[in-house]
Design a binder for this molecule. Structure first.
Ligand code: ADP
Length: 889
């Protein structure tokens, strides 16, 4: 039963009945054997089949899953976790603090919704987490007779299809969205990998639906790129002066040319008009200036293997597959003197915003959702419900310290690290950029402090989870760019599983290399001495591995995968899985005592000390950093160090604050002031509001395209999955008849189109009509009444079509049907692709039109509507035209 401290919580009231029902069932289910429990799970499926109702099954399903988890993982869902699960099942966002066990919470609604046989997707932010969660939580599902799938980068179509076919599939946001786009370009029903969407749980939902919501995911083809122009534009920026020739609008991340600037450039280039639509220079110049003034190496991007790799501002992660659009990426490449890669043409695109709205039932989990509540409600119709913690929060958030300038601030941070480190309390410092993390690292070196650094640089990313897992060890200092390592638990005293995996990895790979150089004797004794006190069984398993020639032939990577219980290990390696697992478990038990001790020591030191070095653009990101400590009732401290010239204060703090502070602040003495903290809070809210408005604006624009996409994808799917060839034929015939009817209608309305109409039809059919001989004689043509003419033209079309089909049918049966389907699909895609380009241009041009009295969004919608309307007509025409000219080579 739930007790205080949440007795007044309305959420609790709402779910109290269900939680009690689940708890009451616990005793009964505890008594059941494993197979009886599994049989219960099967009964639920049958019940659902009969009634098609999920709600009456909630309590039983949750109770079964909880019992299965207790038996397989040894974890029993807390009551607050049950509430989390209920919230997720109610299409809402469960806000649960870090360490509250969201991974386990998801098993409850996932098992329940898997009962429907329609599939459940659990979406995580990276492949590592998808793999980890699938492997661990999969044990619960399998116990219940449900199967799980896992999608990873690089998987083949067949593997994907199989994994999406599972009851519960773990997948990243990126992979599932691309699979959706690819499915909608498939020419063959067997290439489809996804089933119709059913239920989705998004982990770290704010990161996906808010931070990443705006950048569309794009599948594209290369197009012609005027490389020379990018290079010249980059060179020209050297001859331009800030404020004389151009101005920077930092708040909106924009650059504007002055009149003088335009003149200067026109002179250098010797062109009349930068804006000349036949030879436009302006986009290249603006992008080159933006690249110089607003996009910085090691902040917004890093250079790796001669390429520009974007760094995500919110998470500090690199995004190797993304490129900035509209020529900005090329401009940055030109600035860095790198090879300029071709611009691309979009063939399919969708934003996460619109993608996730396709699920009939959507839900999400995060540690930090409340401050973005309005956005979740308005855009996704998702309410945010904060779930009480299982144990009371003990974290202390100390008031911000404000310094006069960057110099004093960073020195104070280094000094604090030094002082705190002397006590042994572990420290985690969050920085906003790669550059700053490296700068702080240098300062710490001056204090002779050792530290681990975690930023978007690839050499660090590889060790990401390991570094974060050890961040809670006594005396450790970890510097991490925002939210790196999110999803990995920071355990006070260090994470022994990681430590053990690493120790075994070092030893096994070392042994392998020694073996290669045939120095085995020295080796064995030195290895065994490292495991003094271990059980006999442990030593003999280890020795048998060391003496197994086949094992010694494995690559380092294969050994690593074995140790990490990676699901994708190759067949010959699988036989070693149980030995390795035994070694790990034995060492864990052996080291548990040591771990508990360490954990206690660090708790007594006050837990993890979190240092924020700058307020971020949103309170959510600050809270994510703070949330890294104080998990599951652990002690912990957080403090932000700020400076007057931090971006947020500088851009949004307002002049009074600046004046006030300049007079109040001594050189290195900080200020703790409510006024400043309040002003920062409101500055942050303003930035959040602005970012929200921008996303909302994008959403409103994208809405039009989204509706159109839904229509096109729906119609396309009808054709693709239609196995009834007769009905495709009917479609084709209807297309032809509709073209004729449309043309005749035009003819009827305006007699001057007579000749044109006929020649259009002749052009379409690819042959002359009998009527042509009569076409000059108006009177004769008039003797045909409308109906008769139509019938005549229909017959001509049927005839042409039929003879084409006969001509093609000699190449084999079934060929014409496939051909017809492919021609419809290919043309649907072609028209959609062209529509996408037109919509992009339209989007740019309405921006300009907005200067008049007109509402740009309204204009955009109108034009988009007309552009879309012509689509069907065009499709019919292209399909018939192509089909009647088809030949087999
Ligand atoms: P979150 O994603 O909410 O930060 P995790 O899912 O990473 O949290 O879980 C944090 C830790 O808590 C994990 O080590 C997990 O095994 C543990 N945990 C979760 N639920 C329970 C439970 N009911 N009982 C005991 N430990 C739990």
């Amino acid at each position: 039963m739930l007790k205080n401290p949440f007795s007044n919580n309305s959420l609790l009231k709402q779910y109290q009945d269900l939680v009690s029902q689940i708890n009451i069932l616990e005793d009964t289910f505890e008594q059941l054997t494993d197979s009886e429990l599994r049989a219960k799970s099967l009964t639920l499926k049958k019940q659902y089949e009969a009634t098609q109702e999920l709600d009456p099954l909630i309590a039983e399903s949750f109770a079964i899953t909880r019992e299965a988890s207790r038996r397989t993982l040894g974890l029993r869902h807390f009551d607050v976790q049950l509430i989390g699960g209920l919230v997720l099942n109610d299409n809402k966002i469960a806000e649960m603090k870090t360490g509250e066990g969201k991974t386990l919470v998801a098993t409850l609604p996932a098992s329940l919704n898997a009962i429907t046989n329609k599939g459940v997707h659990i979406v995580t932010v990276n492949d590592y987490l998808a793999n980890r969660d699938q492997v661990s939580m999969g044990q619960v599902y399998r116990f219940l007779g449900l199967n799980t799938g896992l999608i990873q980068e690089g998987m083949s179509t067949d593997e994907r299809k199989k994994n999406y076919g599972a009851d519960i599939t773990y997948v990243t946001n990126y992979e599932v969205t691309f699979d959706f786009l690819r499915d909608n370009m498939a020419l063959n029903p067997t290439d489809l990998v996804l089933r119709p969407f059913n239920y989705c749980i998004i982990d770290e939902v704010d990161s996906i639906l808010i931070d990443e919501a705006q950048t569309p995911l794009i599948i594209s083809n290369n197009t012609q790129t005027p490389i020379e122009k990018y290079i010249v534009a980059a060179e020209i920026t050297e001859y331009l002066e800030l404020n004389t020739h151009y101005k920077i609008d930092e708040k909106n991340k924009n650059v504007v040319l002055t009149v003088e600037g335009s003149k200067q450039i026109e002179q250098i280039l010797k062109v009349q008009d930068l804006y000349d639509p036949r030879d436009p220079w302006i986009p290249y110049i603006i992008n080159a200036l933006k690249a110089n003034a607003l996009y910085f190496n090691n902040v917004h991007y890093i250079v790796q293997n001669n390429r520009i790799i974007i760094v995500d501002e919110f998470t500090g992660r690199i995004m190797p597959d993304r490129r900035w659009g509209d020529g900005l990426h090329q401009a940055v490449e030109a600035k860095e003197n790198l090879p300029i890669r071709a611009k691309t043409e979009t063939v399919a695109a969708i934003t996460y915003q619109n993608f996730f709205l396709l699920y009939p039932k959507l839900s999400g989990m995060t540690g930090t959702g409340k401050t973005a509540e309005i956005e979740f409600e308005k855009i996704y119709n998702l309410a945010v419900n904060p779930i009480p913690t299982a144990r009371p929060v003990q974290r202390k958030d100390l008031p911000d310290l404000i310094y006069k300038d960057q110099f004093s601030k960073w020195n104070a941070i280094a000094k604090t690290c030094n002082q705190v480190h002397e006590t042994g309390q572990p420290i985690l410092v969050g920085t906003t950029t790669v550059e700053k993390s490296e700068m702080l690292a240098q300062l710490l070196s001056e204090y002779n402090l050792s530290y681990q650094i975690l930023n978007a640089k690839p050499e660090n990313v590889r060790r990401e989870s390991e570094i974060v897992a050890q961040a809670g060890k006594k005396g450790s200092i970890t510097i991490a760019t925002n939210m790196a390592g999110r999803g990995t638990d920071i355990i006070l005293g260090g994470n022994i599983t990681f430590k053990i995996q690493k120790k075994l990895y070092d030893i096994l790979t070392l042994a392998k290399n020694f073996k290669l150089s045939k120095q085995t004797n020295i080796l064995e004794s030195s290895i065994l001495s490292q495991f003094e006190g271990s059980s006999q069984r442990f030593l003999s398993v280890l020795l048998s591995l060391l003496n197994d020639d086949n094992f010694m032939k494995l690559s380092d990577l294969e050994i690593l995968k074995l140790l990490q219980e990676n699901d994708r290990i190759s067949i010959p390696v699988i036989s070693y899985q149980s030995s390795i697992q035994f070694l790990i478990n034995d060492l864990i038990t052996f080291n548990k005592k040591y771990q508990t001790q360490e954990n206690k020591i660090v708790k007594n030191l006050g837990g993890l000390y979190i240092i924020g070095t700058e307020r971020n653009d949103s309170r959510r990101v600050d809270n994510q950093l703070r949330g890294r400590c104080g998990r599951q009732g652990d002690p912990g401290v957080s403090r932000f160090f700020l400076s007057l010239d931090d971006n947020l204060l500088r851009l949004f703090g307002g002049p009074q604050i600046q004046n006030f502070m300049q007079t109040q602040l001594a050189d290195d003495a900080p200020l703790e002031s409510d006024l400043i903290t309040k002003s920062l809070d409101s500055a942050q809210e303003r930035v959040e509001e602005r970012a929200y408005q921008q996303r909302k604006n994008l959403f409103d624009y994208d809405d039009v395209l989204n509706k159109q996409r839904n229509i096109v994808y729906y119609e396309r799917k009808q054709i693709l999955e239609n196995t009834n060839t007769l009905s495709i034929k009917k479609n084709i015939l209807a297309y032809g008849e509709q073209i004729v009817t449309d043309l005749l209608l035009e003819l009827k309305e305006n007699k001057f189109y007579r000749e044109k109409t006929l020649s259009l039809i002749e052009n379409l059919l690819g042959r002359n009509l009998l009527l042509t001989q009569l076409k000059d004689a108006d009177s004769l043509l008039n003797t045909y009444d409308f109906y008769e003419l139509k019938l005549y033209l229909f017959e001509e079309f049927w005839l042409t079509y039929q003879s084409k089909m006969e001509e093609l049918s000699v190449y084999g049966t079934g060929l014409t049907e496939n051909l017809e389907r492919s021609i419809i699909l290919l043309n649907t895609d072609r028209i959609w692709r062209e529509h996408l380009q037109k919509m992009t241009l339209l989007r740019e041009s309405v921006g300009w039109r907005g200067y008049g009295q007109r509402n740009p969004l309204y204009e955009y919608k109108q034009d988009a509507f007309y552009m879309f309307e012509t689509r069907e007509k065009l499709l019919r025409h292209l399909v018939i035209y192509d089909l009647l000219r088809a030949s087999i080579l």
